[in-house]
Ligand binder design. Sequence first.
Ligand SMILES: [Fe+2]
Ligand SMILES: [Fe+2]
Length: 315
Amino acid sequence: MNELELEKQFNERIARDEKIEPKDWMPEKYIQTHIRQMSQHAHSEIVGMLPEGNWITRAPSLRRKVALLAKVQDEGGHGLYLYSATETLGISRDELINQLHSGEAKYSSIFNYPALTWADMGAIGWLVDGAAIINQVALMGASYGPYSRAMVRICKEESFHQRQGYEILMTLMNGTPEQREMAQDSMNRWWLPALMMFGPTDDKSPNTEQSVKWKLKRKTNDELRQAFVDQTVPQAEFIGLTFPDKDLKWNEERKHYDFGALNWDEFWQVVKGHGPCNKQRIEARIKAHEDGKWVRDAAMAYAEKQINEELKQAI
Ligand SMILES: [Fe+2]
Ligand SMILES: [Fe+2]
């Protein structure tokens, strides 16, 4: 069968909502786009451990510490799971990690903002994981089998992350004036970057059309962003938080919330490596990788020993 026929069959399978599995034929561009998006997702989970990991030792109670620790460990698990799923497309873990460390691969720009106060643990869980859920629930219907299955599993854990974040802010909002102020300050700093997590507006997102066709994306960036705003406004109002956006208001005609324009210059600056913490985040990842070398070496030596013993027995 020639390439054109293969591609035609492939597109028909996607149209029928069939999952594409690792051993199936795929167009090269489908593979490359998936490697890019899935590895970017994996890197985001791993780099995303850093801003919160930094607060584990400063959690205000044992209960908070246990919850935050579990949350950060979950993110590590999501990263590893997604790296494995990406490897099914024929790229090695080493290559993926090198792309992150060299700056060739991107990760979510939100993790280049600093976590300055305890309230930020609330805002990150509630807003950042909340935005991730909206995105990831849509991805459960993605056409590539290993990716879509990874999303099902990951989404279950993300809802715990979001609730623990919301509960942190709820507790602070029921606390002293200083605690309420800390929660509001955190909201003021995280809200707009969280909205930008959905990526550029649809008219500035050149890959969207193809990604929707391949069912790598089931909804556009603007649709997802709107769903996030609509979901989050009542939650904020319930605990008394306000939004750093004077244009945010209910639109009766559209039956959605309107919101102000976002600062896309800032977004691109952060994506290009000029955010407040880009350098620090990558340095932390490289150091962790280097510090972990002995573990990888030991695991390889052990695996080699096992193979040699099996060979000896076979002879
Ligand atoms: Fe995650
Ligand atoms: Fe999460």
